[in-house]
Design a protein around this ligand. Structure first.
Ligand SMILES: [Zn+2]
Length: 250
């Protein structure tokens, strides 16, 4: 039986053809949703699974997060993997470091953060911000990644000030980014699994700023090489550790 496709949201600019090593594009798809159309996404055959790739950058003008998650379900996706770039708030993280996310703090102000506005607050039980099962698969495929980090979700095009960086760190945030939340929360409403990883492209405003030495490019190549192992290792989602697959008709 075919596995459902995995949706990869790629919020990092990639050079042309960077994904071709994953396998041929066998189809492109679009979806119409109540919040606008999504796509085209390229479906690639990767190892024994199917991968849908949606370029996903430019927050806050990106695809409406509700449309993204709605489209994922229309495409029978059960697992979404969000790959963001972001800023290291932890002084232990370097530029080019790959970070596997376990939880988030939502400080977005301009993003819709629910799909079902008529549901009572708290209709979903507490769940991990990002799927621990996906994180485990990523950790096995990316052994030099930082396994476990708190993601601060922002949607301002302005960089943080040094004082804000200290505040965010005091909250317990390790990195900040703009493209994984509210998507991770909306996915839970539909019973979809959402895993998150991030490539550090900058360090916080209050830390020393070392010159770039191609670390981000190297990390990007490393992640693309690991994707087939991740897709192959992701088991069926029926009842995932993040609680996905147990609601909304999944
Ligand atoms: Zn999960």
């Amino acid at each position: 039986m075919n596995q459902p496709p995995v949706l990869l949201l790629v919020a990092i600019p990639l050079p042309p053809g960077a994904l071709d090593q994953l396998g041929p594009v066998v189809e492109t798809r679009k979806a119409d949703t109540p919040w606008g159309s999504v796509g085209p996404v390229a479906r690639r055959r990767v190892g024994s699974g199917d991968l849908l790739v949606l370029p996903y950058s430019g927050s806050p003008s990106r695809t409406d997060p509700r449309a993204t998650i709605w489209a994922a379900r229309a495409w029978e996706v059960q697992r979404i993997l969000g790959w963001d770039t972001g800023i290291a708030l932890s002084p232990l993280l370097r530029r080019g470091e790959i970070v596997l996310l376990d939880d988030y703090i939502d400080q977005t102000r301009r993003q819709p953060n629910v799909l079902f506005e008529d549901r009572a607050p708290g209709w979903l039980p507490p769940m991990p911000g990002f799927c621990p099962e996906v994180r485990g698969v990523l950790a096995a495929a990316l052994t030099d990644a930082r396994d476990g980090a708190v993601y601060l979700a922002l949607d301002s095009s302005r960089r943080e000030t040094a004082s804000e960086a200290r505040l965010f760190r005091a909250w317990g945030a390790d990195v900040s980014g703009q493209n994984l939340v509210p998507e991770a929360a909306l996915a839970k409403e539909l019973g979809l699994c959402f895993g998150g990883l991030l490539t550090v492209t900058e360090v916080a405003a209050d830390l020393p700023q070392p010159p770039a030495r191609g670390e981000v490019r190297e990390a990007t190549r490393h992640i693309i090489e690991a994707i087939p192992r991740v897709i192959t290792a992701l088991p069926s989602v029926r009842r995932c550790l993040c609680g996905a697959g147990q609601r909304e008709g999944n």
